[in-house]
Design a protein. Structure first.
Length: 468
């Protein structure tokens, strides 16, 4: 062990336990409960963001070579919006909701009182490291909890910046960041939390849920999956192609949870769709997309190797109809289209999470519904069509976390829609008020007085009472 290693501060289960104890004391003091504290912390998050826009852009440039435009729109812009929505709605969200009571309890009144859960843990992923960390944190704060954030080690510049900025701007008696990888996360997961909010892949989702079960801790799991795009023939093809490209390569070069994973279209229509995608891709990223500054790189060599393997699979040899170029030294893979890949190929077995887009063909577009339903439930499903009947069938029969007709990805920005998965793509939702709800307990409260105390409920339980 080098002297550097021996100087490293170890964050183990003991440290984690002390951290949780500290936060429990702060939570127990009632500090996080007031409207004023919650607002002050959301405003602090907003200020953190406004003051440090360039640093955030730079961190993502270092972690992913992400084009600044994407960081400004999908990371900074969306988070600013979350802060504003929360500041606008919070007073109302915190109010108890009066509800009707039953004749059995007459006279009485009742309300649902949202209360904070306590001390919560947010574990986030690398692909949108600021949004995926701070959007759950804002929900935790708005709901009046103390919170620990564990950002992803796979985006180290972003993780370090998050730790630094939250340390500087936030109330650290109640809001803390723990950086680290598997060891640190495992130490955190051994503790008793009042909620765990995890974003990442399903394998680790299972680890999180198992750890949570030990303490009966509820979880939100924001996972992924193979999100399909169905393209019917009666569409504005140019617009459809642009919107597919924007959701696929315009979001982290395919490394996004709701990125289109594969396309389903009819045999007859596929050549037209491929042509339209090629034309628009070239307009967006030029003849040499490996050099384009408008595309992120692959996050690291592990993921680069994983994606390369999908292309090297014998079952997809000869199926590339556009792209396929890669540059390992720069961790870059060009936007790649594959046509008519076999359904048992590697690329169709797991979420791709990268710039490869396979196209599956069917005889009739309606077949896409059974095809999607034969796999695990995706995080998002997309349909391009002007056919109302097909739209209705799709909305009714396709089960997915979210569903979007005639566009991709943008349901994410609508804060009045819950964002989350179903089945293997996750459980629980957030965004806007749903984030507040995710970190609140809805306490049922019934108020009675001493009048109206009918004898019927009390023993002796006579036959007469039974017949009333
Ligand atoms: P990742 O590698 O950053 O892992 C996520 C978190 O899990 C990290 O904080 C990491 O430290 C922790 N972790 C990793 N291994 C662990 C272990 N053995 N024990 C405990 N903790 C561990 O991210 P990832 O999993 O590569 O993220 C990509 C996946 O996440 C994709 O499937 C994607 O679809 C999904 N995702 C979902 C959403 C969503 O909102 N639903 C958003 C982004 C990504």
């Amino acid at each position: 062990m080098s002297s550097e290693d021996s100087k490293k501060v170890v964050f183990d289960a003991e440290e984690a336990s002390l951290l949780v104890k500290d936060l429990r004391e702060s939570f127990g003091s009632g500090r996080t409960r007031s409207y004023e504290w919650r607002v002050s912390q959301v405003k602090a998050l907003l200020k953190l963001l406004v003051d440090n826009e360039q640093k955030i852009i730079d961190a993502l440039s270092s972690d992913l070579a992400r084009p600044p435009f994407e960081t400004v729109v999908y990371e900074i812009g969306m988070f600013k919006n979350s802060c504003e929505v929360t500041l606008k709605g919070l007073k109302q969200w915190m109010k108890p909701e009066k509800v009707k009571t039953s004749i059995t309890t007459f006279p009485s009144s009742a309300e649902i009182v949202p209360e904070p859960l306590g001390v919560v843990l947010v574990i986030s992923a690398w692909n949108y490291p600021f949004l995926l960390s701070l959007d759950p944190v804002i929900g935790a704060i708005a709901a009046g909890n103390a919170v620990v954030l564990k950002p992803s080690e796979i985006a180290p510049a972003s993780s370090a910046l998050l730790a630094k900025l939250l340390g500087e701007y936030m109330d650290n008696s109640c809001i803390r960041v723990v950086e680290g990888a598997v060891d640190e996360t495992s130490a955190l997961l051994q503790q008793k939390w009042d909620k765990i909010f995890y974003t990442g892949n399903g394998r680790v989702g299972r680890i999180v849920m198992t750890a949570a079960a030990k303490h009966l801790t509820p979880v939100v799991l924001e996972l992924g999956g193979k999100s399909p795009v169905v393209v019917d023939s009666d569409v504005n093809l140019e617009v459809a192609a642009r919107r597919i490209i924007s959701g696929k390569w315009g979001c982290n070069n395919g490394q996004a949870c709701i990125s289109p994973d594969y396309v389903i279209t009819t045999k007859d229509f596929a050549p037209k769709l491929v042509d339209a995608l090629k034309t628009e891709l070239e307009k967006f990223y030029g003849k040499n997309p490996l050099e384009s500054e408008d595309l992120s790189r692959i996050v690291n060599s592990n993921h680069f190797g994983r994606l390369t393997k999908l292309l090297d699979d014998d079952k997809v040899s000869g199926k590339i109809v556009y792209g396929g170029e890669k540059d390992e030294s720069k961790l870059r893979i060009a936007p790649t289209l594959l046509l008519d890949v076999p359904r048992d190929s590697l690329i169709m077995s797991d979420e791709i999470f990268g710039p490869l887009l396979p196209i599956i063909t069917v005889n009739k577009v309606e077949e896409s519904i059974d095809l999607i339903n034969s796999g695990t439930k995706p995080l998002a499903a997309y349909l391009f069509t002007t056919n109302k009947k097909l739209t209705e069938q799709f909305v009714t029969n396709v089960s997915s976390g979210g569903l979007l007709v005639n566009d991709t990805v943008l349901h994410l920005v609508v804060h009045t829609l819950p964002f989350g998965g179903v089945g293997e793509s996750g459980m629980g939702g957030y965004h806007g008020k749903f984030s507040f709800d995710a970190f609140s307990h809805k306490k049922a409260v019934l108020y009675r007085s001493f009048i109206g105390d009918g004898a019927i409920r009390y023993p002796p339980y006579t036959d007469t009472k039974l017949r009333v």
